[in-house]
Design a binder for this molecule. Structure first.
Ligand SMILES: [Zn+2]
Length: 212
């Protein structure tokens, strides 16, 4: 069973490349499994990955496999521990999300689709050195009541109930970051009111995003 999940992890990682989310080997991807999670290995090009390269881990950092796990495994573990609904975690350094993150900016409700991340905005987590428990704590805080966040001077992280949904969410957040970056280059963003975003969030939860 985990072989199927390992292959799905590789397929989704390859789709991160073709969708433009990934820069080199900077992204990483994981999926919850029995007693832990499967994660992409450290510093390997996704194009050559086989199922044996995927690393099994538990939440304490114990691993099984021939490769070292992604150096950013800690916040993947933290998300699975803090968010029961998370079954897949995606992290990348896409251009526009990273641009905003390097300005310490989250994404306000300039567009109703910002609600796709679960709330009226998409926060930017405070900066901490990659791979540290401090960074995990900042990511968990920024993800409160959300499924996606930016990470200051770093990139983007999101989670979903499965890998295809996590990929779709990351693509949508990067698109929102792209449009917001362009708005900031031209002028000031016109932000929807909290009341309007409440209506949008209600519609998303009652009808499902495919109708949004
Ligand atoms: Zn990173």
């Amino acid at each position: 069973m985990t072989d199927v999940l390992r292959q799905q992890l590789i397929d989704t990682a390859l789709a991160m490349n073709t969708s433009g989310l990934n820069q080199g080997t900077s992204g990483n991807l994981s999926a919850r499994c029995e007693d832990g999670f499967l994660i992409t290995p450290s510093g390997m090009d996704y194009a050559g990955l086989s199922t044996n390269d995927i690393v099994w881990m538990d939440y304490e950092g114990n691993t099984q496999g021939v490769r070292k796990p992604s150096s950013e495994w800690r916040f993947h573990a933290a998300i699975y521990q803090h968010r029961a609904e998370a079954n897949a975690v995606l992290h990348a350094h896409p251009v526009n999300s990273s641009t905003l993150a390097c300005l310490n900016k989250g994404i306000p409700a300039f567009h109703y689709m910002v609600a796709i991340a679960g709330g009226k905005d998409i926060r930017c987590a405070d900066y901490a050195t990659f791979g540290t428990p401090e960074l995990s704590a900042f990511v968990i805080k920024a993800l409160q009541d959300r499924k996606a966040c930016l990470m200051a001077h770093h990139g983007l992280t999101c989670f979903e109930k499965d890998l295809p949904r996590a990929l779709a969410l990351a693509i949508e957040v990067e698109h929102l970051a792209t449009v917001y970056s362009r708005i900031l280059a031209i002028g000031e963003a016109d932000v929807l009111t909290d009341d309007e975003m409440k209506k949008v969030l209600n519609k998303f939860s009652s009808y499902g995003l495919q109708d949004g």
